[in-house]
Ligand binder design. Structure first.
Ligand code: SF4
Ligand code: SF4
Length: 188
């Protein structure tokens, strides 16, 4: 893996911020790549988890916030579980995502940040995920109102999607979690 870092792009500031948010000491990483070999999306992304760790540690800056793996990562935490140094790689991914959103650098392919927002909004409003509202939010945001609509009847017939919102969730409790998360984020 060849990594080129120009002096003007070197940004120890990003490393410091990620370490503060995630509580992870990246200097412990010795590039064994166990995180990458277990990651279900690393073969699809342009930059693997171990490469992200290396690039961050070497001083790459804001360009890391536009990495596709941030929005392909499914937060399965396999990387954190496999790391022989006990490094919470998933927490590093989370911290990078948070900074990417905060700085408007989120450039996930296929509108993944928009999908994330639509998903979280339905959880916030209904207490659980509500596919129909999520699809509507995503389609409105992306402007692709008619894309994939031909699959809708089949999904309904096979009961893969519910017309009515979910019930039984403690919506107040879920809203409190969102409120607390926002407050914690603002305090950082
Ligand atoms: S598994 Fe841990 S030590 Fe190995 S490359 Fe990944 S983060 Fe670094
Ligand atoms: S948490 Fe993300 S980066 Fe880590 S193994 Fe899972 S998908 Fe890969």
């Amino acid at each position: 893996m060849a990594i080129t870092i120009s002096r003007d792009k070197s940004a120890r500031g990003l490393l410091k911020e990620v370490q503060e948010i995630s509580g992870v000491d990246l200097s412990q990483c010795y590039q064994c790549k166990k995180c990458t070999s277990g990651c279900p999306v690393s073969s699809l992304a342009r930059c693997s988890p171990s490469e992200m760790m290396r690039r961050l540690h070497l001083g790459l800056g804001e360009e890391l916030l536009a990495s596709d793996i941030l929005w392909m990562c499914v937060s399965c935490e396999t990387c954190s579980t496999r790391c022989p140094m006990g490094i919470d790689v998933a927490a590093v991914m989370d911290a990078l995502r948070k900074l990417a959103v905060r700085r408007g650098a989120a450039k996930g392919e296929g509108n993944v940040p928009l999908f994330n927002r639509a998903f979280l909004k339905t959880v916030q409003v209904f207490g659980r995920t509500y596919d129909l509202a999520m699809i509507a939010g995503y389609k409105l945001g992306s402007g692709k109102l008619l894309a994939d609509t031909e699959k809708f009847p089949t999904m309904l017939r096979k009961r893969k999607i519910a017309l009515l919102p979910p019930h039984g969730a403690d919506r107040q409790a879920v809203r409190r979690i969102f409120k607390k998360t926002r407050e914690d984020g603002a305090a950082q």
